[in-house]
Ligand binder design. Structure first.
Ligand SMILES: [Zn+2]
Length: 295
């Protein structure tokens, strides 16, 4: 385990990078890391993450009591504490508002399509935790639903959260989420986002083991299980136990085509040739409806 002075310097460096890359504005965002089994090192409240110094950090226990530091700990401390409670393997937590990923969080669109191999092997899927008022007890409750099965998530109308077995690992996941969000946005603007097949997703998941990539949970075997009204990919307590990835089954060649709205007469509804094209999610929802009406 790194020394406390190294961890202080690492938090400063990660804060500087987040601010430089535009993941935070003003005093947004927060960072924490385990010092040992009982103590956390955390960014303080109301400071710009781009201009921190090592002496600014707070030390708290796992209940959030301040043990050391001139400043108060982050206003999102409760969210960090919840992550450490739920994930003994996690050593560091990073929260920021990267604009493209946060745009998806505002639009209510999870980053859960099977698009990029490096995302599937590392994060799997990136769900959206329900909206909760920042800095209140609602936020850790919203995060709890997904944190056992995911190393990264969007926070509805707020930002993104990533965790890791070390601080830079958590930070790099934040980079991956924002990078993925940018690529996905460009693909959608271009009018189509080709999605990898479920078979390829299975192959990529196998690479996790080959390359020793730690993932908190497997990709759900059946994505439809998370689309229905039942508990879906959730355990008895309603917490996710696997990662939902939208990928079509079949010959591996099927493409999900999304037409850009307003791009022509075929932008919505039936196409010019009379064919109706549906996304995988829409098709699954239709099948679910049909099954329910049969029952
Ligand atoms: Zn925030």
């Amino acid at each position: 385990m790194s020394s406390e002075s190294t961890l202080r310097a690492d938090i400063v460096e990660v804060g500087r990078r987040m601010y430089a890359r535009g993941y935070t504005a003003s005093n947004d965002g927060n960072i924490s890391v385990r010092i040992d089994a009982q103590r956390l090192l955390m960014t303080p409240k109301s400071v710009c993450k781009g201009f921190m110094t090592p002496d600014m950090m707070c030390i708290t226990d796992l209940e959030g009591r301040k043990l050391q530091g001139d400043r108060d700990p982050s206003s999102e401390m409760l969210m960090h504490l919840e992550v450490y409670r739920q994930r003994p393997d996690v050593q560091a937590v990073v929260h920021a508002h990267p604009p493209t990923a946060t745009g998806f969080a505002v639009a209510g669109i999870p980053l859960d399509r099977a698009v990029l191999a490096e995302v599937l092997t590392t994060l799997g899927s990136i769900p959206i935790a329900d909206y909760a008022t920042p800095s209140t007890r609602e936020l850790p409750e919203a995060v709890r639903k997904y944190i056992k099965a995911h190393d990264g998530m969007l926070l509805a109308n707020h930002g993104a959260l990533t965790v890791g077995t070390d601080l830079f690992g958590a930070y790099y996941k934040m980079e991956t989420i924002e990078h993925f969000a940018k690529i996905s946005l460009v693909a959608r603007m271009l009018g189509r986002e080709n999605v990898l097949s479920r078979e390829e997703v299975t192959r990529l998941q196998g690479l996790r083991g080959t390359y020793g990539i730690s993932a908190p949970a497997p990709i759900c075997a059946d994505p439809a299980e998370a689309l229905g009204p039942g508990p879906g990919a959730a355990g008895a307590a309603g917490d996710a136990t696997c990662q939902v990835v939208q990928a079509p089954a079949g010959d591996g060649r099927r493409l999900v085509l999304e037409l850009t709205r307003g791009s022509g007469p075929s932008a919505d509804g039936p196409q010019a040739d009379g064919e109706i094209r549906l996304t995988y999610r829409e098709l699954s929802a239709l099948i679910d409806d049909a099954v329910r009406s049969i029952r």
